[in-house]
Design a protein around this ligand. Sequence first.
Ligand code: ADP
Length: 238
Amino acid sequence: MQNIIELQNVAKSYGNTIALQLNRLAIGEGELYLLAGPNGSGKSTLLNILGFLTRPDRGDLLFSGERVDWKRGTMTRLRRQVTLLHQSPYLFRGNVYDNVAYGLSLRGMGGVKAREVVSEALATVGLDGFQLRKHTELSGGEAQRVAMARALALRPKLLLLDEPLANVDQKSARVLEEVIAALPSMGTTVVMSSHDPDQQQRLPCKPIRLQGGRLAAPAMEEERTFLRHLLPLPALQV
Ligand code: ADP
């Protein structure tokens, strides 16, 4: 399996706070990763680095094997392949169509082609027909689905999701979870941060766990180690 992005010896601090310190993290192409960890463990910092929005203080990023040089020309090309969706997305004034088509128009796509892509992206999140709704006429969950459609319309190779289901109603959460689960098979690699411990059971995903800006052992592994330490009986299999 090829890695879409790899971090090597990456560190990022804010003043005296080390937000992230990773020896190596490789994100395999066509996978769904669930990023977990307590508040302040570095999840947002990692997503911003993966999205090329924050430059680490040190270390290297490889995108599809290419070493990222952070020069403007390179970054414009690379940023077009990655999209970050926030927990509370910002929708522009205007209607749903304007919002979903915005990124496409920046890339020179308009007319019939744009209408087709917008309609397809909205259908994916169960909102085809919402094109003319004003952004003020959407529920929180619908707004998040529109933001997801806006991200999908750009067909990113890597989609980064910062707690996308935190503020949405149950129906929208279910729709979004189904969309997210299907993305890897459609060629989009996903890294999603989440506070929901059950999500790991529901989604076919690989866990990444951060603790104090570092990679932590997966929860199960920590638990096993703890049990082995407590009960060092040779017959006990944990
Ligand atoms: P998480 O997303 O897991 O809550 P963050 O990546 O937001 O974690 O934060 C990691 C650490 O870096 C925290 O201690 C946080 O306070 C600090 N931090 C993050 N962003 C900034 C910033 N812009 N300025 C100062 N400190 C920050």
